[in-house]
Design a protein around this ligand. Structure first.
Ligand code: TXA
Ligand code: MG
Length: 348
């Protein structure tokens, strides 16, 4: 049975943190909250700890882990060099929902980087995460704390659902703030390249470092171009039901979804709808869940993964979702939603 320690991130229980840090130093696994999603932490410099992470998640071993640090001085020990532009980006967005990729130094084991010569590094902006990293020796390898293929966990109960009995400890610091994984920027390319969109969008990166491009494998999600981040090629966040996104003007979307729901219900299916506060009344049939409000796109990002998990639990066979092309995080939200949908979209 996995030990769960609850604590208020504003009032850290330092005894609990010490205990968790000790588990990491001994090669064990501790799940912990960050501002993006919950992470499954192990000592990133210990090959056996990384091997345990892959096993607990059921994750393919060619899919590299992110090393989390808490202090800027710790960066140089695990990377070969840090380009000027990366230093500038770090000075603006670290600690925060940003991961950067560099050439790795020799002390980073290939078990952590999935056999790659590069390493992904992030400095999370969460007091509990920072305290744990420091207590655990400074370098915490952590993928999202879900079973491979399930939506990323945004609260401790999601971690328990997936990993109870498979890891040593869960630090429960409540619900996360952002709800989507960090933006990944690869600095080993000629032009810095976004491999995964997140809260920090392309324009926010461009304003700080000038030139930045999107990975071609991301833009052409259904083409033969493979995404550069190994994790982005898998069909992540796959809900059990068959999910389709419907895009167009609000009225046309609502009419189309209503028609689809009615048709499926008549065929004996159990159907879910992902709606917003603005549209929820437009859907009289099916199991309708409110993801948030369009007046606050952060509410939509924060609830996406939890809503997908709820639908897994209530046994629907089809889900129809509105599209969320919101101003700042639209690209990140739609990236996750379209992956969950296996890229199925109806344009109306
Ligand atoms: O917000 C986050 O980044 C969360 C929290 C826990 O920090 N972590 C997270 O880790 O999302 P994970 O393992 O679920 O996703 C890491 C992604 C994967 O798609 C992986 O393929 C990619 O980063 N990645 C890691 N190292 C890489 C590298 N050296 N080169 C290219 N892609 C890399
Ligand atoms: Mg993940």
């Amino acid at each position: 049975k996995t030990k769960v320690i609850r604590m208020n991130p504003q009032e850290l229980d330092m005894e609990g943190i010490r205990e968790a840090g000790e588990i990491l130093r001994q090669g064990g696994l501790v799940a912990f909250p960050t501002e993006t999603v919950y992470g499954l932490g192990g000592n990133g410099l210990d090959p056996q700890a990384s091997a345990k992470i892959y096993r607990a998640k059921g994750r393919p071993s060619d899919n590299p882990l992110i090393i989390h640090i808490a202090d800027m001085e710790d960066l140089e020990k695990i990377v070969k060099e840090v380009p000027e532009s990366a230093k500038r980006l770090a000075s603006v967005y670290w600690p925060g929902p940003l991961t950067m990729i560099f050439q790795k130094s020799d002390i980073v084991p290939y078990e952590t980087t999935g056999g790659m010569d590069t390493v992904a590094v992030r400095m999370p902006d969460h007091p509990l995460a920072q305290a744990l990293i420091r207590a655990g020796g400074g370098y915490v390898a952590a993928p999202s704390a879900n079973t491979s293929g399930r939506p990323s966990p945004t609260m401790a109960s999601h971690v328990e659902e997936d990993l109870d009995g498979k890891i040593d400890m869960i630090l429960d610091g409540g619900s996360v703030g952002i709800g989507l994984e960090s933006t990944i920027v690869d600095f080993t390319e000629e032009i810095p390249t976004i491999l995964r969109p997140g809260y920090i969008n392309q324009e926010m990166v461009r304003r700080v470092i000038g030139q930045v491009q999107m990975d071609r494998g991301l833009i052409q999600a259904d083409s033969k171009v493979k995404p550069k981040a190994p994790g982005m090629k898998y069909r992540h966040y796959a809900p059990k039901a068959d999910l389709t996104v419907v895009e167009g003007s609000p009225k046309a979307v609502q009419e189309k979804i209503c028609a689809l729901v009615e048709e499926k219900i008549r065929a004996g299916e159990k159907v879910g709808v992902i709606a917003t506060e603005e549209s929820i009344k437009a859907y009289p049939e099916g199991i309708v869940k409110c993801i948030g409000t369009r007046a606050d796109e952060e509410s939509i990002a924060r609830h996406l993964f939890a809503v997908l998990r709820e639908f897994d639990d209530c046994g629907v066979t089809y889900i129809y979702s509105e599209a969320f092309d919101t101003p700042q995080m639209g690209q990140a939200i739609m990236n996750r939603l379209m992956k969950a949908a296996g890229q199925k979209k109806i344009q109306v």
